[in-house]
Design a protein around this ligand. Structure first.
Ligand code: DQA
Length: 155
């Protein structure tokens, strides 16, 4: 099983960006924690980060036939990007929307997600652990889906 992790704008600055809000772990450290958990779960993971909306759209389009699922932290594009939404709709790859912070406890504009209704689920508010929790949850979901409805998911 292959799960792709897609990170949006400014997440490359994790560790130095508003550390009181986003924590001190770098994106590389967050990804290392995901890799460790993925190895224990027997899941293959890949990582992509971009600050550019079109590059994120390209990465989502490339999921088709290449990934069984995705963890998507589209960062600010979560709240604004119809293009990211449309790409996720187009590829139909099951994904979890991930956020380090609890977006529902922040400013009004962050309470709106253009992606959440398409997601299998949303994990928000647990810092770097949000990614690991999302990986665990999506792996379980995909394994159950593969064991249930015929041929929905490759494992
Ligand atoms: C974020 C929340 C977004 O509102 C924000 O724009 C980010 C990070 C999070 O992980 O908490 O860049 O997606």
């Amino acid at each position: 099983m292959h799960i792709a992790v897609i990170d949006g704008p400014n997440l490359n600055l994790l560790g130095v960006r508003e550390p009181e809000r986003y924590g001190t772990a770098t994106l590389a450290q967050v990804h290392a924690a995901v890799k460790t958990r993925a190895a224990a779960l027997g899941v293959e993971v890949s990582f992509f980060q971009s600050n550019h909306e079109g590059a994120l759209v390209d990465a989502i389009q490339a999921l088709r036939g290449a990934a069984d699922g995705a963890l998507v932290n589209a960062a600010a594009y979560t709240h604004t990007s119809l293009a990211v939404r449309d790409a996720l709709l187009a590829v139909q790859v099951p994904f979890v929307e991930v956020h380090l912070t609890n977006v529902h406890a922040r400013d009004e504009v962050r309470r709106r997600s253009l992606l959440a209704d398409l997601a299998v689920g949303v994990v928000a508010g647990f810092g770097a652990d949000s990614y690991v929790l999302a990986l665990e949850a999506l792996t379980g979901w995909l394994r159950r889906a593969a064991g249930g409805a015929s041929g929905v998911v490759r494992v």
